[in-house]
Structures are given as C-alpha cells and as structure tokens.
Design a protein around this ligand. Structure first.
Ligand SMILES: *Cc1c(COP(=O)(O)O)cnc(C)c1O
Length: 389
C-alpha cells in the first residue's frame, strides 16, 4: 500500500523487487528448526539451485545478511592487510568494494570511470601489467547505480591470461548481486574465482540472504588469512554448505528456495531473455520521452537515465502518488540528476501499466513525448516477458 493506503505499490526499483508468488507463499510456512532433516533438505536444494543459477560446480554458501555482508566476508576472508587489489569504480556499488578493502587495510588501486562506463579488458590488463603485485581484481557485473554492465567474460579471461603471462595467480571476484538470474552469467566458464549475490534482486525474494560461490583456489586463499573473524569466518560455512554454522534466516531460506525453483523451472535462459525484454521496453519508453540512458552497455537489471532539466524527484513523486509505482533516485554524485527503473521479473501487463503511468506523468508535467508512437514496438518487445504469466 502507498502512504494513504489506497493500493498496493509496484516496485520498479533495482532491489528490493516485488517478490514472486512462490516466495510469498513460502514466507508464511511454519518455522523449521535449522538442525532438522527437513530444513537441511531445503537448504541443500537451495544450494544446488544457486549453483545451477551461477552455472558453477563450486560450493556456494548462504549467509544471513544483505549483499554487502557477502562483499565484506569475501574481503575479510580472502585478502590480507597490505595486499594490493584492483577495483574499477563506475558508481556507488563498485566504489563499495574499494571502501570495504580500505577498512581492512588493503591497498586499493582504483580505475576511475565515468558514470555509465564499464571497465574494459584492455584497461584491466594495462593496470595489472603496470602494478605487478596486484593479488585480486574486484569487479561489479552490473553497476546498479548506473545500469552499466561489465563484459565479465572478456574481462575475466583477460585477468586469467595476464596472470599466466606474469606467472602468478590473480583472483577474480565479481559482485553479481544485481545480475544473478537477470543477465547472462557463467561463473565457471568465465573463470570467476569468487562470485557473490543476494536474495532481493533477480531471485525475486525478500532482502536478507547473501550468497558466496568460491572455487578451490579461493578456498585456499582463505587459509592464508590470519586476521580475526568470527560470524563471517567463511571456513565455518564452507565446511558444509548445507548446514549453516549459526541459526539462519529460516523463513528467507524457505522463500528463496521456492522462488529460485520456480525460476529454474521457467529456464534460466528464458529468465535472462524476459529481463532483457523488460529492460528494452523501459529503455524504449524513456527514450520516447526524450531522456538518455547512462549505460553504454545496458544491463537487464536497471535502466538509469539523465533527467536533464526535468526534476527527477517530481517524476518519481507523481509515479508514486498517482500510479502506485516506485522508481529509484540517483545516489551520491548522481543525486537529483537521474532516475533508475528496474523491470526485473515484471510481466507484460505490469510493464504496460508502467508505460501508461509514465506517459500520464509526462503529460501531467506538460512534457513533450512520443510514447504513443512506440506502443506497437513495445508490445512486440514484451512477447519475451510471457514467461512470467
Ligand atoms: C543491491 C546491491 C548491493 C548491496 O546490497 P545490499 O543487499 O543492500 O547490501 C551491492 N552491489 C550491487 C551491485 C547491488 O546491486
């Protein structure tokens, strides 16, 4: 419901997103004790389904925290104070890797990029060759602040090849929080040593769980680290990923397990295609209203666009108050300059409703637009969103 309790709100934000019916049903089931066979079975099923979604054979641990908890756990467990890492920064979320590393006394080399840019393989390779003692590269698959997608496959392969040339191992870590089950991601094929995700984005579940997938190399790095850690000591989780070391968020495990099963039933590639179509539709609409997107390489998780002379707070306010649609503002240096719209998990009907609300908002504000003219193309694009029906 919105503040006046009139109708239920639709979240077109890049996390949390509206949860699936399966997640919703699972949330009201009775609490299982986490040491019972019934719960261990659910958690094991969730781990297997997460592996199928990351496309990895690696063990994947479930943490009861938001996504940032997994980022911190990775930094605290894989890196030592004084280690040097490379972090391409393109917005608030990729910057978070650098911030966490600095807190842990890690020496961070930043590649500063403009909003909407993504790091290229050439940039990364050049930095690795210039600074020969870099131990790890911390990447952000989809920079949720700008909607920019990193070509993770090409970048990760470049890291692996450069490391081979330099004759040593460089660890590739990727924040896939807003790309898992949204954009194509193939952890093992793309040689990603460590990938993380969270429950409240592509998995269409409530916030509160985070996931860490580590290969053998990454697990060996944990053993090198002697800095103190307790709750997020990843050795405790990877000892047996189907038994959480502490009481997990039981209801959330049940909800994510149900939701991810549903996604996999629809087919991972169909889910990627549906999210891509939803995003294409949003991008078509905002361009028809005369706005330009930030991302050169558009992710399927979120479309961020410059609002120019138009007040983004007012656009978001009208969408919310008149139409029950919540979109996201810009953060930090982008505050007051952009809006962000996510179509993750949205059906044809929901996106057509968004189109109508967006058109009415533009008209209400007296802004010129050509939304009516793109409607036939919009309907055509949305065919791929039928999987949600
Ligand atoms: C949402 C998001 C996060 C932060 O996750 P929290 O769950 O809020 O801690 C980190 N990185 C990216 C890319 C995200 O989209």
């Amino acid at each position: 419901m919105d503040r006046k309790g009139r109708r239920s709100l639709s979240l077109f934000t890049p996390g949390p997103v509206d949860i699936s019916g399966a997640a919703h049903e699972a949330l009201v089931r009775p609490i299982l004790h986490h040491r019972t066979g019934a719960f261990i079975e659910i958690l094991s099923g969730l781990v297997a389904d997460l592996k199928a979604t990351f496309l990895t054979e690696d063990d994947t641990a479930v943490l009861s925290s938001s996504g940032t908890g997994a980022m911190e756990a990775v930094v605290a467990n894989l890196l030592r104070p004084g280690d040097r890492v490379l972090v391409p920064v393109t917005g608030k979320f990729s910057r978070r890797w650098a911030e966490i590393c600095r807190v842990y006394g890690i020496d961070v080399i930043v590649i500063d990029l403009e909003p909407g840019e993504a790091p290229s393989a050439e940039m990364i390779e050049a930095s690795l060759k210039r600074q020969r003692d870099i131990k790890a590269v911390l990447l952000t698959h989809c920079e949720t602040a700008t909607g920019s997608l990193t070509d993770l496959e090409t970048v990760s392969m470049a890291i692996r090849d450069t490391a081979l040339t330099l004759g040593r191992r460089i660890l590739t870590c990727a924040d896939c929080i807003s790309s898992l089950a949204v954009d194509e991601l193939r952890k093992d094929e793309w040689a990603i040593d460590c990938a993380i995700a969270a429950s409240q984005k592509g998995l269409l579940a409530p916030p509160g769980l985070a996931f860490v997938a580590l290969n053998g190399e990454a697990l060996r790095w944990i053993e090198r680290v002697s800095a103190p850690r307790y709750y997020f000591d990843l050795r405790r989780y990877f000892a047996d990923v189907s038994r959480c070391p502490f009481t997990p968020a039981v209801s959330l495990v049940q909800a994510v397990a149900a939701s991810i099963k549903n996604l996999l039933r629809r087919g991972l590639e169909n889910v990627w295609a549906a999210n891509r179509a939803g995003t294409k539709a949003v991008r078509l609409l905002i361009e028809a209203a005369g706005f330009s997107p930030l991302a050169a390489n558009q992710s399927s998780g979120v479309t961020a666009f410059w609002t120019g002379e138009v007040d983004p707070v007012r656009v978001a306010g009208i969408l919310h108050e008149h139409h029950g649609i919540v979109v996201a503002q810009g953060q930090q240096e982008l505050k007051g300059r952009i809006l962000r719209v996510s179509a993750i998990g949205k059906s044809r009907r929901q996106i057509l409703d968004f189109a109508e609300a967006f058109e009415a908002t533009m008209t209400h504000m007296g802004l010129k637009h050509e939304i009516e003219a793109v409607r036939p193309r919009l309907k055509h694009i949305l065919e791929d969103c039928r999987i949600w029906e």
